[in-house]
Design a protein around this ligand. Structure first.
Ligand code: PGA
Length: 239
């Protein structure tokens, strides 16, 4: 069996000193680890033999789009993945499921693999609407994906209320929800996709979370910028 994936979502947390510390401390990473640095640091990370992901893209190959980054250009820089639909992009940049779908298709068409984030808000969770909300996100975000592209997509299930809060659902809750996500994707689109869990994952809880069989890995935010944390998490997952 393959090791579970570890996706390091560094968000906008690191200054250049932090970046050099990370790169000096961690020379190589195993193949199941994917690093998502802040865009401006990509050339530094591209010099290492890491799997690299962009945190966002613009769904057009080139043109007059000041401030944006294209999937085609990212691929030529040695990037292999892109994250789309992160809850922070949905919240602060009003990204809709339709726009996320456009980005996902643009990435796939440009040979990038995709990490598609989905997740319910605290309100949805408390109202018992988790599955309903996830189903709507899945239905729109995965429109027009072809069967042959299924190996290129990883879904990151990240309850919004678990991101950066230290709150994590129980193993049973994660297991139930992830199984339902897989079922929904199979029912709607006949695709078998990997699903990773994200939201307050760190070296403190990864051992427990790693026992959940239905999940195919983890997406790590806050703990991803600390080399010691990263090494500890890899040790647990790849032992
Ligand atoms: P967190 O973030 O690990 O800091 O909760 C996860 C994410 O946003 O991907």
């Amino acid at each position: 069996m393959e090791n579970k994936k570890i996706i390091l979502n560094m968000k906008m947390y690191m200054d250049i000193t932090d970046v050099f510390n990370f790169l000096n401390d961690i020379n190589t990473l195993p193949n199941n680890v994917i690093v998502c640095p802040e865009m401006i640091y990509l050339p530094y990370f591209a010099n290492k033999n890491y799997n690299l992901a962009l945190q966002n893209i613009y769904p057009t190959n080139e043109g007059a789009f000041t401030g944006e980054v294209s999937a085609q250009h990212a691929f030529k820089m040695g990037v292999n993945y892109v994250v789309v639909g992160h809850s922070e992009r949905r919240k602060y940049f009003n990204e809709s499921d339709e726009q996320i779908n456009e980005k996902l298709l643009s990435a796939l068409n440009n040979k990038l693999k995709v990490i598609l984030c989905i997740g319910e808000s605290l309100e949805d969770y408390e109202l018992g609407k988790t599955i309903e909300v996830l189903k709507k996100q899945i239905e729109i975000c995965l429109k027009n994906v072809e069967q042959k592209q299924e190996y290129k997509i990883t879904v990151a299930y990240e309850p919004v209320w678990a991101i950066g809060t230290g709150k994590v659902p129980t193993n049973e809750e994660i297991d139930d929800t992830v199984k339902k996500i897989k079922e929904i994707i199979l029912d709607l689109y006949n695709l078998k996709l990997e699903v990773v869990y994200g939201g307050s994952v760190s070296s403190k809880n990864i051992e427990t979370l790693n026992t959940i069989e239905s999940i195919d890995g983890f997406m790590v935010g806050g703990a991803s910028t600390n080399p010691d944390e990263v090494k500890k998490m890899i040790k647990v997952v790849n032992n």
